[in-house]
Design a protein around this ligand. Structure first.
Ligand code: ZN
Length: 278
C-alpha cells in the first residue's frame, strides 16, 4: 500500500494531481471514492475542522475507515485548515493519514513554530503534514479573510525547510468559496516552487477555476487540488432538483441516490481534469 506522500510525489513526477475533496457525511465520502475508482486515480478525502467537531474525531474516522481500506484506488484521510495544534494532534491520534496545520494568520516565526510542532507530532506517529504561507482569501471555517497576501518565494522555501512539512500550500491568488471575478494567479511563483521545492505543492480554493487553469497549475507542479464548495453545491442542488422534479416521492433512498449521483459527477469531472495536467 502506497503512502499519501508517495502518491503525491508520483503525481508531481507524472504530471497529474490528486483531488482532495471536503466530504461531510458518509454519502459524500462514498461518492468521491466511487468517482476516483472509476477514474483509476488516487484520491484524498479531507475534512474541515467543523465537520470533525460535528461528528467527533473518532466517530468520523470510524465512519470512513472501511471505505478507505476497501477502496480499489489509494485513498487517504486528510485534515484541512486546522488552526489549533492540539486539535491537529487529536486527529493524528484518531487515525488521520495527514493533517494541515494552518498558522498562516500568525507572524512568520510563529507560523513556523506552530507548524513545526504539529508536523513533528504527526511525523512521530507516521502521519504527514501540510502547512500554509500567505493569506488565501474567502470564507473558511466561517471566518472571512478579505485582504489577500500572496506567499513570497524566498519565505516559502525557508518556511518549508524550517517546518519540515510534507506538503506546501502557498497563497498563489486562489480563494475559498465562489469566485466573484476571475482570480489573478501567480503562475510564476508556482513554476519556481514547482522546480525548486522538495515538497509537493497544494492548491487551495479549487472550486470555480477553469479546467485550463487547473491544467496549467498542474503542469507547473501542483500535486493536490482542494475542492470543497463545488461538492457542497452538488449535494444541496442534487437534493433540491430531486424534490422539485418528484414532489410526491417520499422514499428517502431515492433522494439519497440523486444526491449521491450529483456529488459523484462533480468529483469525477474534477478527477478527470486533474488526471490530464500535462
Ligand atoms: Zn483551503
Amino acid at each position: 500500500m502506497s503512502t499519501m506522500l508517495e502518491e503525491m510525489n508520483r503525481a508531481r513526477k507524472e504530471g497529474y494531481a490528486l483531488g482532495a475533496f471536503n466530504f461531510f457525511n458518509f454519502l459524500s465520502a462514498q461518492a468521491v471514492i466511487e468517482a476516483a475508482e472509476e477514474c483509476h486515480k488516487p484520491v484524498i478525502l479531507q475534512t474541515s475542522v467543523k465537520t470533525v467537531k460535528y461528528y467527533g474525531a473518532r466517530e468520523l474516522h470510524a465512519m470512513v475507515a472501511d471505505l478507505l481500506k476497501n477502496s480499489k484506488v489509494p485513498a487517504f484521510l486528510h485534515l484541512d485548515h486546522c488552526k489549533d495544534v492540539a486539535f491537529a494532534k487529536e486527529c493524528v491520534d484518531a487515525g488521520w493519514d495527514s493533517i494541515m496545520i494552518d498558522a498562516s494568520a500568525h507572524p512568520f516565526e510563529e507560523n513556523i513554530r506552530m507548524t513545526k510542532e504539529a508536523s513533528d507530532y504527526a511525523h512521530a506517529h507516521g502521519v504527514f503534514s501540510e502547512g500554509e504561507l500567505g493569506v488565501i482569501t474567502g470564507v473558511e471555517e466561517d471566518v472571512v479573510a478579505d485582504v489577500e497576501k500572496l506567499a513570497d518565494y524566498d519565505d516559502t522555501v525557508k518556511f518549508a525547510a524550517a517546518t519540515g512539512i510534507d506538503f506546501m500550500a502557498p497563497a498563489i491568488g486562489t480563494a475559498h468559496g465562489v469566485y466573484k471575478k476571475t482570480p489573478h494567479l501567480n503562475f510564476e511563483l508556482v513554476e519556481r516552487l514547482g522546480k525548486d521545492l522538495p515538497q509537493p505543492i497544494v492548491c487551495h480554493g479549487g472550486t470555480g477555476l477553469s479546467d485550463d487553469t487547473f491544467r496549467k497549475l498542474i503542469s507547473l507542479g501542483i500535486a493536490k487540488v482542494n475542492i470543497s464548495t463545488a461538492l457542497k453545491h452538488a449535494y444541496i442542488d442534487g437534493a433540491e432538483k430531486y424534490a422539485r422534479e418528484t414532489p410526491d416521492d417520499y422514499e428517502p433512498l431515492h433522494l439519497e441516490q440523486a444526491m449521491f449521483d450529483s456529488v459523484k459527477a462533480v468529483a469525477k469531472h474534477h478527477i478527470e481534469v486533474f488526471a490530464n495536467g500535462r
